[in-house]
Design a protein around this ligand. Structure first.
Ligand SMILES: Cc1ncc(COP(=O)(O)O)c(C=O)c1O
Length: 400
């Protein structure tokens, strides 16, 4: 019996999830593993948000809502874009879904014809390319290197685009590199995009609130307002408010595209959880102290990890502008074909070595289309991070 369609065989389950599952299994078997593979805040959702969810249940908000979100949630999202990004949207330009992930999937599904090309700068968030394949599109990777700060340049973008390109997927602050663009850098990309009138831009801004750089966060659309009819901004509450399990993401974009997204949602999952929507309203409209407190803690953890890893021979590091990952380049530790017993052939083997020898779970750069690198999440306690850095240093010294 064939249980999997040919198309599904071409995609893989999330590599970060797979590594995290392995780490959990080792922990369950009694090994003390430090898991730096997961991409979610370790903080609890703030109490006022949890209280809002409980109050919504008590009020009886436990039924279907509009497929693409309640009016209250859309208004809270509109207000967020106005307050934080200086952008104005109407309700018919906003859609809420089961996480940013579903919104991205639906936006691609709403627009891609078979064979349409999607341009994806690397390193990229693991799901982009698999989503494109699942939807019958093709993707073109644009490698952005350590030397380039993992940022797309206007020249590289111009050389990659053609009349066939349907989407450019931008993500800043980036998972996994942490790279962000200044307003001027975005404008320069926007000038190129303006010359390709069939091109849509998806700006994944899910890490907006976790920004460390001297430059404040800039939404792609506030840098390039003239592209408004071709830009979809994706954001959500998962990362900013430690709400990954609640599954609320949202998008703002052209009304016709947003309405196509809602149509897909109405025939697939229907509305995101009504209770989570009420919680997301509280997150977006309530006190924002948590966001600042979490940011201060992430910053301290980032500095701790950078300090520790910088002194380990073989790792080249860039300080992330945002998000909660470091993405060291590890080419000096890779020795393909040396034949030595201890030689590591690629970053996947290096990640596996660290899991089994150092008991630290990290994700290889190959998962993000950028190798040889490792992604380490610092969304965990400082104690865990100190332990992980120490173990990584010792294990890598044994490789030398
Ligand atoms: C770059 C990026 N976009 C989107 C998402 C999805 O977020 P959500 O939990 O809202 O689906 C993630 C989650 O890891 C991410 O890293």
């Amino acid at each position: 019996m064939k249980y999997e369609a040919d198309l599904i065989k071409t995609i893989k389950a999330s590599p970060a999830m797979a590594i995290s599952m392995k780490a959990r299994a080792m922990t369950a078997a009694g090994t003390d593993v430090v898991d730096l593979s997961v991409g979610e805040p370790d903080f609890s959702t703030p109490p006022h948000i949890v209280d809002a969810a409980i109050a919504a249940m008590r009020r009886g908000e436990t039924h279907y809502t509009a497929a693409d979100g309640t009016a209250e949630l859309k208004d809270a999202v509109i207000e967020k874009f106005r307050r934080e990004n200086g952008l104005d949207f109407a309700r018919n330009q906003i859609s809420a879904g089961n996480g940013a992930k579903q919104i991205i999937f639906n936006a691609l599904m709403a627009t891609l014809e078979p064979g349409d090309e999607v341009v994806v700068p690397t390193p990229y968030w693991v799901s982009y390319t698999d989503m494109v394949m699942l939807l019958g599109g093709t993707f073109k990777l644009l490698p952005c290197t350590y030397e380039e700060g993992y940022k797309l340049t206007p020249e590289k973008l111009d050389a990659a685009l053609s009349e066939r390109t349907r989407w450019l997927l931008l993500n800043a602050p980036n998972n996994p590199s942490g790279a962000s663009y200044t307003r001027a850098e975005m404008r320069a990309l926007g000038d190129v995009i303006a010359r390709y009138p069939n091109l849509l831009v998806l700006s994944d801004e899910i890490y907006e609130q976790i920004t460390y750089g001297a430059d404040p966060f800039c939404s792609f659309l506030s840098a390039c307002p003239e592209l408004r009819e071709r830009v979809v901004i994706v954001n959500g509450v998962s990362k900013a408010y430690a709400m990954t399990g609640w599954r609320i993401g949202f998008a703002a974009g052209p009304a016709d595209l947003i309405s196509a997204v809602a149509k897909i949602q109405s025939q697939s999952t229907s509305n995101p959880c009504s209770i989570s929507q009420a919680a997301a309203v509280a997150a977006l409209t309530g006190p924002q102290d948590f966001v600042q407190e979490a940011l201060a803690e992430y910053r301290a953890r980032r500095d701790l990890v950078l300090d520790g890893l910088q002194s380990i021979p073989g790792l080249r590091l860039r300080a992330p502008d945002g998000a909660f990952y470091v993405f060291p380049e590890c080419g000096a530790l890779i020795d393909p074909g040396s034949g030595s017993e201890r030689a590591v052939e690629d970053d996947a083997q290096l990640a596996s070595y660290l899991l089994h020898e150092a008991h630290v779970a990290v994700v290889p750069g190959a998962a993000f289309g950028s190798q040889p690198c490792l992604r380490l999440s610092f969304a965990t306690s400082r104690d865990n991070l100190e332990k992980a850095v120490d173990r990584i240093g010792r294990a890598l010294a044994r490789l030398a």
